[in-house]
Design a protein around this ligand. Structure first.
Ligand code: NCD
Ligand code: ZN
Ligand code: ZN
Length: 472
């Protein structure tokens, strides 16, 4: 069936907004023609723009900013095993609502994503649903036990062509296993994404360690539990010459360690979550477990250091750590509640609030933080390098003057454990296109059947087994 095509008229291109604090109108309006999954033509209004073809759908994007589709390197999709929290379909639907076109799915499912079979299954579920490209992350150790390496090579060579390995939720604590894992992934340009949490220093920990944890009577989680693991692992990565990625950095001290490592030339990248860029430990005073997360919310000076580190380029990407949990796991005593927050739908508004609107980053830098650099770290094939003709049409239109308010009826995943419920946040996703077809439009995701049909009919192959020479 031939694709009727879409003409986006008058969008501003994020990549052209390179100055911090710049008015989006500084980028001239551009028309983009999309057909067969790609951008086929692009013309600025200053050069006359594009005329609509017969049957082409026209989307007026006056006042909207176009970015390449967002890429989340850290999503918990929960399937298989925890479908009461999220499924691949519901999680990627939330991703589409947040402007994401690709998510990397964390390995802490049940069964764990530690074999070729499980990662291929997760990827296939993503392909069938069609809301976003799903790139499975493989577990570093069997069953996340921290005891034996998983089948890293088999997952790398599987149809899912896994490039990112993580025991996230748990730290790879044994230094010898960490060393072996780094040596292994180096052979195929993979990366280990470390959840930096010394298990002994955080036994029973509930919130950031400090005066407030004593006051509230909650067991503290010291910053050094994170910083000491990062310090060890950047040294290991340097020794091996392998790539290391640090998940959800949360302290000012972690920023210092990563700055030091980068100055030495260590191949280390770091992510920060939207929530750690804006929320502090003070919220624990409420004893509302929506604010319970791993790593814990830290102090105001940590938040400031994290924002500055993003501006400075020490922190490379924003990743959501979307961690859905059912209400039973959150509406209970703090000590008994699960760690984690959903984040796919609020990521862009929080990044606007904490970074762009504060002048810490430009729109072009935001696009790098949320799209290009996570794609690079994850060695994502086929991700658009720009919104130029010839690129895959994975893109999002954002209304910078609009606002987003999340409540339980306006979150599109299966769980509602957001710390931002009821808040009015800046920016609104107006349209998400994956491989040229809409996955989110106006104020709701496109229905599952339409998206699955579009995915099945698409012309752009999903980036599987890329760089594998055909893999099997
Ligand atoms: N972030 C969290 O608080 N929870 C994550 C695990 C993790 O990211 O460490 C989860 O899987 O629920
Ligand atoms: Zn983690
Ligand atoms: Zn996580």
């Amino acid at each position: 069936m031939s694709n009727p095509g879409i003409l986006i008229r008058g969008a501003r291109i994020a990549a052209e907004l390179t100055e911090r604090g710049q008015d989006p109108a500084a980028a001239g309006p551009v028309d983009l023609r999309i057909a067969d999954g790609r951008i086929v033509e692009r013309k600025a209004h200053a050069e006359g723009g594009l005329q609509a073809n017969d049957g082409e759908r026209v989307i007026e994007a006056d006042g909207l900013i176009a970015m390449t589709g967002l890429v989340d390197l850290h999503t918990h999709l929960r399937e298989p095993g925890f479908e009461q929290s999220e499924t691949v379909l519901t999680g990627t639907r939330a991703a589409a609502a947040g402007g994401f076109t690709t998510v990397f799915a964390m390995a802490n499912t049940m069964p764990v994503q530690d074999t070729a079979g499980v990662v291929e299954q997760v990827q296939a579920l993503g392909d069938a649903a069609g809301y976003a490209t799903v790139r499975p992350i493989g577990a570093v150790t069997e069953d996340l036990s921290g005891e034996r390496l998983s089948e890293i090579g088999a997952m790398a060579q599987s149809r899912a062509a896994v490039r990112v390995f993580s025991d996230d939720g748990k730290c790879v604590h044994d230094p010898l296993l960490m060393r072996r894992a780094l040596e292994y992934v180096k052979t195929f340009d993979g990366v280990i994404a470390q959840h930096a949490q010394d298990p002994r220093l955080t036994e029973g920990s509930q919130m950031n360690e400090g005066a407030l944890s004593s006051e509230l009577g909650l067991k503290g989680w010291p910053a050094v539990a994170e910083e000491s693991i990062i310090a060890r692992d950047v040294l290991l990565a340097e020794h091996i010459g392998a790539r290391l990625h640090i998940c959800h950095l949360s302290t000012a001290g972690s920023v210092e360690v990563v700055r030091w490592a980068k100055a030495r030339g260590v191949q280390v990248t770091a992510e920060v979550t939207p929530h750690h860029l804006i929320l502090t430990e003070e919220l624990a005073r409420s004893y509302d477990a929506r604010y319970k997360v791993n790593p814990p919310l830290r102090r105001d000076e940590d938040v400031r250091a994290l924002r500055a580190a993003v501006a400075e380029g020490i922190i490379d990407i924003i990743a959501t750590d979307h961690a859905p949990h059912p209400s039973e796991a959150k509406e209970c005593e703090w000590d008994a509640a699960a760690f984690g927050m959903v984040g796919l739908e609020s990521a862009l508004p929080i990044a606007l609030l904490a970074l762009v609107n504060e002048g810490h980053t430009s729109w072009a830098e935001l696009e790098r933080l949320l799209s290009h650099v996570p794609a690079e770290i994850g060695r994502l094939e086929g991700h658009p390098a720009s919104l130029d003709a010839g690129q895959v049409a994975d893109l999002v239109l954002v209304d910078p003057a609009g606002t987003s308010v999340f409540d339980l009826g306006r979150l599109h995943g299966r769980s509602g454990n957001s710390p931002f419920l009821g808040m009015e946040l800046p920016g609104r996703v107006a349209l998400t296109l994956r491989h040229g077809y809409p996955t989110f439009e106006g104020d709701s995701p496109v229905d599952a059947e339409t998206v699955a049909r579009a995915a099945a009919a698409q012309r752009v192959p999903t980036p599987t087994a890329a760089g594998q020479g055909g893999a099997r």
